[in-house]
Design a protein around this ligand. Structure first.
Ligand code: PLP
Length: 472
């Protein structure tokens, strides 16, 4: 493809994207397809012929889009808001267009230095001190794995340089809560801690936040038994209910054992753009690493996950590689992001944040987050006031967890079936999308508010749909 051909097709593609976004509310939210249906629309053998760009756009419309769950729809209340502000989409396109090779400072000084600048802006915008330095990773799962590897090496005084985990005589312990994201246990397993050495600390039965006293007791007992408390992962915004683990009490407990504390704020980190929400992660300055995803509620298109660390020297000692072909005449003066994480090559992801901050601006982003918080409060009150309905977890931010109790039904298998049933019915209609999930006493439905396009009217529509669903 020549630049001139690209120019023509590119204009068409931008129009296609703008049209898709302008009509997103007309499409079913949940993709209305069965497994294999999309695959079957494509020939099984690799194509030999080329087609026109028009034909390719038609293929996108007919064979691809039906298999896309429309998370930009204003009626998407499932999982979490996975916003993709169009300003950040432009930044993503610019990143592709610049087509840098991000393997060293030399291979694209701008890629490195704009990332440094933008990570520092985001640090300031979330109220963190200048003790923190950050980088952009693909996901919070990767961020958690990087944090675990650092925790492991810190606890073992860099055992990777000698016998690694295989040279240790005492097991290293990891602590998190059963409400933490599945990526936490996955990271612990991948980092070699082993399932037997992951402690699921109990949670407060009303708030679902980690019980810091239980954490302290478990760590004491482990230490007394000759084990090494190495790492605690605190969730600021758990997956199920967006519960807030008490970071200050957790860092106090961990400090006694010099255990590493990673704060997983993947979803809720966006709220820290609002000064009035920062009390929710009080104590965070004394943790060791923090990750959060601008690619969720804030609206920077996937993938854009920030990982901040206090001890960047330690991180670099663990991650550094310096083969001859990458050695740099700039020496230590330039940041080499390959030594801050797992991959060598990186994309110019910072442009997504740069575009969003320059074009939308932080004030508009903050106003949208405040709108979502107000919508969640409004929705919570509606549910609380209605007969048979209950809000089953605190609403700290934008997730409202609900249950409907038909006459005479209480917690148990029948209610679980009923709860999943009405959520499934709404999802199958394509009119809205919600996710059912579990709490210790059974199934509930999460209403996760915060899609860029979701206004109060959409919540009114959702509430009407929910009331009809439980009545039928
Ligand atoms: C979404 C989420 C994750 C995983 O995020 P990825 O970026 O998809 O890996 C981890 N932890 C929490 C609390 C989350 O909400």
């Amino acid at each position: 493809m020549t630049p001139e051909e690209f120019r023509v097709a590119g204009h068409q593609l931008i129009d296609w994207i703008a049209d898709s976004r302008a009509t997103v509310h007309e499409k079913p939210v949940l993709a209305q397809v069965v497994p294999g249906e999309i695959r079957s629309r494509f020939e099984s053998e690799a194509p030999g012929d080329v087609v026109s760009f028009d034909a390719l756009l038609a293929e996108l419309d007919n064979s691809v889009v039906p298999g896309v769950t429309q998370v930009q729809s204003p009626m998407h209340f499932g999982w979490f808001p996975s916003n993709a502000s169009l300003s950040s989409v432009l930044g993503d396109i610019a990143s592709s267009g610049i087509a840098s090779l991000g393997i060293s400072w030399e291979s694209s000084p701008a890629l490195t230095e704009v990332e440094e600048v933008v990570c520092d802006w985001m640090r300031q915008l979330t109220g963190l001190s200048d003790a923190w330095q950050g980088a952009i990773h693909d996901t919070a799962s990767t961020g958690c794995l990087v944090a675990m590897l650092v925790a492991r090496e810190r606890a073992t005084e860099l055992a990777q340089n000698t016998g690694g985990l295989q040279g240790l005589s005492q097991p290293l312990m990891v602590y998190t809560s059963p409400q933490a994201h599945s990526s936490v246990a996955k990271a612990a397993l991948l980092a070699g801690f082993g399932w037997d050495n992951i402690r699921m600390v109990d949670v407060d039965p009303d708030t679902f936040a980690m019980n810091a006293e239980s954490l302290a007791k478990l760590m004491e007992a482990d230490a007394a038994a000759g084990k090494v408390p190495a790492c605690v992962v605190a969730a600021v915004g758990t997956t199920g209910t967006t519960a807030m683990d008490p970071v200050a009490a957790i860092v106090d407990a961990a400090a006694k054992h010099r255990a590493f504390v990673h704060v997983d704020a993947a979803m809720a980190g966006t709220a820290m753009l609002l000064p009035e929400c920062r009390h929710l992660w009080e104590g965070v300055e004394r943790s060791d690493s923090i990750s959060w995803n601008p690619h969720k509620w804030m609206g920077t298109i996937l993938d854009c996950s920030l990982l901040y660390m206090r001890d960047i020297d330690l991180l670099q000692r663990i991650m550094a590689t310096n083969p001859a072909y990458l050695q740099s005449p700039t020496g230590d003066e330039a940041t080499q992001y390959r030594d801050w994480g797992i991959p060598l090559g990186r994309r110019f992801r910072s442009l997504k944040l740069l575009f969003q901050l320059r074009l939308d601006g932080i004030e508009a982003i903050q106003a949208r987050i405040r709108r979502d918080l107000a919508n969640a409060k409004w929705f919570e009150e509606k549910v609380r006031a209605a007969d048979g309905w209950e809000v089953v977890a605190p609403v700290d931010l934008q997730t409202v967890c609900v249950r409907y109790y038909p006459d005479g039904m209480s917690e148990g298998a029948e209610l679980d079936e009923f709860t999943q049933g009405w959520a499934r019915a709404i999802n199958a209609s394509g009119k809205a999308f919600l996710t059912a999930s579990t709490l210790p006493d059974g199934w509930m439905v999460r209403v996760s508010i915060g899609v860029e396009a979701t206004e109060r009217q959409h919540l009114e529509d959702l509430w009407t749909l929910m009331q009809a669903a439980v009545a039928s």
